[in-house]
Design a protein around this ligand. Structure first.
Ligand SMILES: O=C(O)[C@H](CS(=O)(=O)O)OP(=O)(O)O
Length: 276
């Protein structure tokens, strides 16, 4: 039910009129026709800071640029039917079958008997059409368990940033950009990808209200995007990945809008959205 806000009573003329529903959702009107709901975008710095109000009734984009989100986007782009995130190495071994491939890392190190590290570059070259990827990573796959109450959950990174935020906007829920972070700390690369998504959202849809952090991260992205690879190489996670000989993945993960795949979570599996 909509309640007209008397402070904005200029119905029928531009600028549009803003109205708050009894459910607390804001809408805008153009020439007395409903133009749509205002989408609020909130960015969370690390998954540890996620509270129920950031997920319930909202669309959440989980961002773990280095590397879980990039790996998931690439795997689904490359023909895997699904990605199954697991919480322990034992669970991954239990799911081993002719239909599955095991990938992941623990603190950047390879896991014994796994087919791949958490490497988007390797999965981009791999040919496993029709198989399911079982994935465990230090931060990203665990982060997913903390946002499972969201209305919709998408997986985003630089590789699919425009496709991902546009898909989220199309659902007309408020959006939480959840930066996974690294080992409990904010990760610059996640914040920069969030900033890019905020920028795309503001340029795609006229009535986006972004929180202060979102606005600052947008400015940060716009400042840094000419040297994105250098930024990622100099980040805490980037340095760690270089030490572990995963430099190629940093270059791969810094490619903005290289892929169109938009993964979403359905019943604990990650699938390709039909829109992708
Ligand atoms: O190896 C990765 O991709 C990282 C390891 S670290 O803990 O951030 O160094 O894990 P992820 O879960 O993808 O952030």
């Amino acid at each position: 039910m909509l309640i007209r806000n008397e402070a904005h009573s200029a119905i029928g003329c531009f600028p549009p009129t803003f109205v708050r529903s009894v459910e607390g959702r804001d809408f805008f009107f153009n020439n007395d026709k409903i133009g749509g709901a205002i989408v609020q975008i909130k960015t969370i710095q690390t998954v540890e800071e996620i509270r129920p109000e950031h997920t319930v009734g909202r669309t959440v984009i989980m961002i773990d640029v280095l590397r879980a989100s990039s790996t998931i986007v690439t795997a689904l782009h490359s023909g895997f039917v699904s990605v199954i995130p697991v919480a322990s190495i034992g669970q991954a071994y239990d799911l081993r079958s002719p239909a599955t491939i095991l990938a992941g890392e623990q603190y950047c190190e390879n896991i014994a008997d796994f087919d791949y590290n958490n490497s988007p570059t390797a999965l981009y070259k791999a040919k496993h059409s029709g198989k399911h990827l079982v994935l465990i990573t230090t931060n990203g796959t665990r982060a997913l368990q903390k946002i499972d109450k969201a209305e919709n959950i998408f997986i985003g990174c630089f590789l699919n940033s425009t496709a991902c935020i546009r898909k989220a906007l199309s659902l007309h829920h408020d959006i939480t950009l959840c930066c996974a972070g690294t080992r409990g700390e904010f990760a610059l690369e996640d914040g920069l990808a969030a900033g890019l998504m905020v920028h795309v959202a503001k340029n795609s849809f006229p009535f986006v209200h972004a929180c202060n952090l979102s606005e600052k991260l947008e400015a940060c992205y716009l400042h840094h995007f000419p040297q994105l690879v250098q930024c990622l190489l100099a980040s805490t996670t980037g340095k760690r990945l270089v030490e572990h000989q995963h430099t190629e993945d940093i270059f791969f993960c810094s490619q903005v809008d290289f892929l169109q795949a938009v993964p979403f979570i359905h019943e604990k599996r990650i699938l390709l959205s039909s829109f992708s």
